[in-house]
Design a protein around this ligand. Structure first.
Ligand SMILES: NC(=O)C1=CN([C@@H]2O[C@H](COP(=O)(O)OP(=O)(O)OC[C@H]3O[C@@H](n4cnc5c(N)ncnc54)[C@H](OP(=O)(O)O)[C@@H]3O)[C@@H](O)[C@H]2O)[C@@H](O)CC1
Ligand SMILES: Nc1ncnc2c1ncn2[C@@H]1O[C@H](COP(=O)(O)OP(=O)(O)O)[C@@H](O)[C@H]1O
Ligand SMILES: [K+]
Length: 514
């Protein structure tokens, strides 16, 4: 798992480490790692035109020291200084190595002609939207042909939350120091970071548990259940799916498909006759129990390992009675869509529950779960809201959307790295609910089931048609391909790139069958 820590934690760890190291050692380690990445990225260093953007703090200091190292290799390096007092020792080293400070008036020309721009405007000390002249310099990097390397994090991203509240540097590569910062993983910040390279400056042993983690392919491969020789359909996991209604038959078919293609021992579909017929037509392996609308709790299938309730199920009283009955069992339950809307009126059904529960809301549904929030606020501060929902309902919450986040009380928030806007099409959430339900029925804990399902789901969308649009049915069809990619990964295969000038650096350590 890639780990991310908050600014306060990083500062505390840095302080403790600095006390045991000679003055300036950390910055030298950081700048050395930064310079090495820049030098590796330039096709030819000698004579290359490089611009360093220098703010008034240590982030600018890192950029100046790295600029000095690049200048010593024969590059023509110019500094554009924002802020009145750039790092004094860094500036002296930069000048001594042959670097020069360019006039602010030449900023557009210098950036326009550069092959490489190093963004040292602000790092973890950034507060709020960039001020001038930082904002203009950040905007100029967006128009440049140059490769853009961000120091620690792209200037303009809030390091702790990923919030972007004004102009922001769009990096091809971010060289971050000591540990990742949550804002590098979470949208909207995550869209600006490009490939992230972590430079070890010795913080590791001083860091506490991370606030945020992001799984790599080997982490997922290690979690996915694998049927063993002693497996039978019951021991592998029986999943009950209460999804779809006469009005939304497709939701049932998609949730069941997502579950079957993720792997279940036996799938029991529960629903009205018409929908059940449709489900069996698409998935003859499903075993159906026809719902009695006058007594939805009366004939719930017994001996199930886990439940999925809610996609396309509706909000009528029958659905509410069914929800209450399922939550009264001691089985793991996944609630999605309409079940979440119903839960918002009866939060105690989950908050007082002792058996495992997984909620999979999108931003609108999450805002219903937290009545003092709006969907726009959830979108803007996704990390805070998913953590609040997990605490309030005392269960695991997977927040869908541009970056899928998974929170559970007492655990770091998991950020899924495989998401893609290709998923923004009707019905993909139903597939996700089925997939996560299948993993719950196989015995994974809600956080692990949610983590693996989100990873598989995003990867399937990317692999389905090589990046061409996918339908929810295509997504189901591509789940086996995503499984094969994960289990057969030989470590260098990462998540496909997100449109950066540099190939994606997300790497795994190898699947267990690799
Ligand atoms: N600590 C260590 O051991 C190590 C730290 N390292 C490096 O130090 C970085 C942290 O350095 P830092 O603490 O000096 O803060 P930094 O990110 O440079 O920002 C402060 C400057 O930005 C300015 N500023 C703020 N907001 C602004 C805005 N919205 N718009 C415009 N300006 C704004 C602020 O100005 P002020 O608001 O104070 O006037 C001040 O001048 C860290 O990210 C890493 O790169 C590495 O060398 C490894 C060892
Ligand atoms: N812009 C996006 N980038 C990445 N994933 C997205 C984006 N928009 C939606 N998704 C994903 O698509 C799925 C949509 O689910 P949901 O909103 O429940 O739709 P539906 O109810 O139609 O199935 C979720 O997995 C969500 O994370
Ligand atoms: K920066």
């Amino acid at each position: 798992m890639r780990q991310a820590h908050t600014v306060q934690t990083v500062r505390e760890a840095e302080e403790a480490l600095m006390a045991s190291r000679p003055e300036g050692a950390l910055m030298r380690a950081a700048a050395g790692g930064l310079a090495a990445v820049c030098i590796r990225l330039l096709p030819r260093v000698y004579g290359a035109r490089v611009v360093v953007l220098v703010g008034g703090g240590d982030n600018g200091g890192d950029a100046l020291y790295a600029g000095a190292a690049i200048a010593r290799r024969g590059a023509r390096v110019r500094a554009l200084v924002a802020g009145s007092a750039p790092h004094a020792a860094g500036l002296a080293a930069f000048r001594a190595a042959g670097g020069a400070v360019a006039a602010g008036a030449d900023a557009a020309t210098e950036i326009g002609a550069a092959e490489l721009v190093v963004d040292g405007l602000v790092g973890i000390g950034g507060r709020g939207a960039l001020r001038e002249p930082h904002a203009t310099l950040a905007a100029l990097t967006g128009e440049a042909d140059a490769l853009v390397v961000a120091v620690d994090l792209p200037s303009g991203i809030d390091a702790d939350t990923g919030t972007v509240s004004g102009p922001c540097v769009r990096a091809d590569v971010t060289v971050t120091f000591g540990t990742h910062k949550p804002g590098l993983f979470v949208d909207p910040g995550a869209r600006y970071v490009g490939v992230v390279e972590l430079v070890d400056i010795g913080l590791g042993p001083r860091l506490p548990a991370p606030r945020v983690v992001s799984p790599q392919v080997a982490d997922i491969a290690a979690l996915l259940p694998e049927p063993g020789p002693e497996s039978d359909k019951y021991r592998r996991g029986v999943l009950a799916v209460a999804a779809g209604s006469d009005r939304y038959r497709g939701a049932a078919v998609l949730a069941v498909g997502g579950a079957l293609r993720t792997g279940v021992g036996l799938l029991r579909y529960v629903g009205q006759q018409g929908v059940a017929t449709e489900v069996v037509h698409h998935w003859p392996e499903a075993v159906v129990s026809v719902l009695d609308p006058t007594d939805p709790a009366g004939r719930l299938p017994q001996r199930v390992a886990a439940w999925v309730v809610g996609p396309g199920r509706g909000l009528h009283p029958t659905a509410a009675m069914e929800l209450e009955a399922v939550l009264a069992t001691d089985r793991p339950v996944l609630l999605d869509a309409d079940a979440i809307t119903l839960l918002a009126k009866r939060p105690e059904l989950v908050s007082d529950r002792t058996a495992p529960t997984l909620l999979t809301p999108h931003a609108g549904e999450l805002s219903r779960l937290l009545p003092d929030s709006t969907p726009a606020e959830v979108e803007e501060h996704r990390l805070d809201h998913v953590v609040r929902a997990a605490e309030r309902y005392n269960c695991t919450v997977l927040l869908k959307g541009s970056t899928t986040l998974i929170a559970a009380p007492g655990l770091p928030v998991v950020v899924n790295p495989t998401g893609t806007p290709l998923l923004a099409t009707a019905g993909t959430g139903d597939v996700l609910a089925g997939a996560a339900g299948a993993l719950l029925s196989a015995g994974l804990s809600p956080p692990d089931a949610a983590t693996c399902a989100a990873y598989l789901h995003g990867l399937a969308a990317r692999l389905a048609h090589d990046g061409a649009p996918v339908s929810s049915s295509d997504l189901i069809g591509a789940l086996p391909v995503a499984f094969a990619a994960i289990l057969g990964s030989d470590s260098e295969e990462g998540v496909p790139a997100r449109g950066s000038k540099v190939a994606d650096g997300t790497r795994g350590r190898g699947g267990r069958r690799g």
